[in-house]
Design a protein around this ligand. Structure first.
Ligand code: PMP
Length: 362
């Protein structure tokens, strides 16, 4: 299902139904061009217009300041683990990493290939919290400070922007991109793989402050080089045109749905419904994450009363059309991902199901 909707096979209830329908309507003939977007030359006027429009919408939605470039890059979030280090590490040869979950841990590991990557606090065995900034040890000489705004596997989300005394901040927003307003001017680089909140897998949005462009390590492949990408407006080679086009449709939908403020309100309401269902179960459902950094996007929880209950929960949920609730393979358990495409109605159905399941066991 596109965008990892919780209700994958129940399109009518899925917010993105309208987007998918529009894509279907335009599939054979985009805007009277007589062609599908996927048939078009990436240098032709019709595609170039789509490309520009997508970047402009992204800028409008996030109020990206003029001194930032918006790049569309290949390689997903994982590609940026390398790209960030290759593009920025060269300044001083070292960088600071706040590891708060599985994805920042991967980024930290990758960065070690390109320079000295420091942990700003010791790596936890289990990721359930974000240490207060007073416990962070930042290196004033670091080229950048890296963190992941929302840890998708662990359900740990930042609700503050760290103070770094002028050291540029690099932030992985792959799994909470465009789910709340963000002061872009506080960041050096923000990046996000499209596939959670804004489009099909295959494209990564990278928002980068201009002064950080052009300092890549000499061996950086051009395809991951911010300067080369910016110079050709993200068409240095053939971009995934169809993905980018669909992302544009999602942006348009998001703007219609109240923009970034609308998404923020919506994700707050949705996640509260699920956390409340957990709280109300008096320990039957258990979320290991500290209350101060519980994610609005990914709600992981366990049922420990009986070893078979989680399996039964997932099977029953799936029979009722609630798909993809299984926790990440590395941690197990259950995880409700409440990406932008999931509706309040969908979430109410899940909360109701959680209550019913709990009551049937008590
Ligand atoms: N960062 C985060 C926060 C993620 O959730 C993911 C993937 N789920 C990645 C990075 C890696 O992204 P990709 O699969 O696009 O390489």
């Amino acid at each position: 299902s596109l965008l990892m909707g919780l209700f994958g096979n129940n399109l009518i209830s899925c917010f993105l139904y309208k987007v998918l329908l529009q894509v279907q309507n335009q599939l054979l003939d985009y805007g009277g061009s007589g062609m599908s977007v996927m048939e078009m030359s990436h240098r032709g006027a019709t595609y170039l217009k789509i490309h520009e429009d997508v970047i402009k919408r992204c800028r409008d939605i996030l109020k990206v300041p003029d001194n930032y470039k918006i790049l569309l890059m290949p390689g997903g979030g994982t590609g940026q683990f390398s790209a960030v280090a290759m593009n920025l590490m060269g300044k001083t040869g070292c960088a600071d990493y706040a590891v708060t979950g599985a994805w920042s841990a991967k980024a930290f590991k990758e960065a070690q290939k390109y320079g000295k990557a420091n942990l700003v606090f010791p790596k936890a065995e289990k990721f359930t919290t974000i240490p207060n900034q007073s416990e962070w040890k930042l290196d004033p000489n670091a080229s950048y400070v890296y963190y992941c705004d929302n840890e998708t596997v662990d359900g740990v989300e930042f609700n503050f922007i760290p103070e770094t005394n002028g050291v540029p901040i690099v932030c992985d927003m792959s799994s909470n991109f465009m789910s709340r307003p963000v002061d872009v001017s506080k960041f050096g680089v923000i990046y996000a793989g499209a596939q959670k909140n804004v489009g099909p897998a295959g494209i990564t949005v990278v928002i980068v402050r201009e002064d950080l462009i052009g300092h890549a390590l000499p061996f950086t492949p051009s395809i991951l080089d911010y300067a080369a990408t910016a110079k050709d407006n993200s068409i240095a080679n053939t971009p995934p045109t169809f993905c980018i086009y669909v992302m544009g449709q999602v942006f348009e939908w998001l703007q219609r749905k109240g923009g970034i403020e609308g998404m923020a309100k919506h994700s707050q309401e949705k996640s509260q419904l699920i956390y409340k269902a957990i709280e109300d179960s008096k320990g039957f459902y258990f979320c290991p994450v500290d209350a101060k950094c519980r994610s609005r996007m990914n709600v992981p929880f366990r049922i420990t009363a009986n070893v078979d209950y989680e399996k039964e929960f997932l099977e029953k949920a799936e029979k009722q059309g609630m798909m993809q609730l299984k926790g990440h393979r590395s941690v197990g358990g259950i995880r409700a991902s409440l990406y932008n495409a999931v509706t309040l109605e969908n979430t109410e159905t899940l909360a109701k199901f959680m209550r019913e399941f709990y009551e049937s066991k008590n």
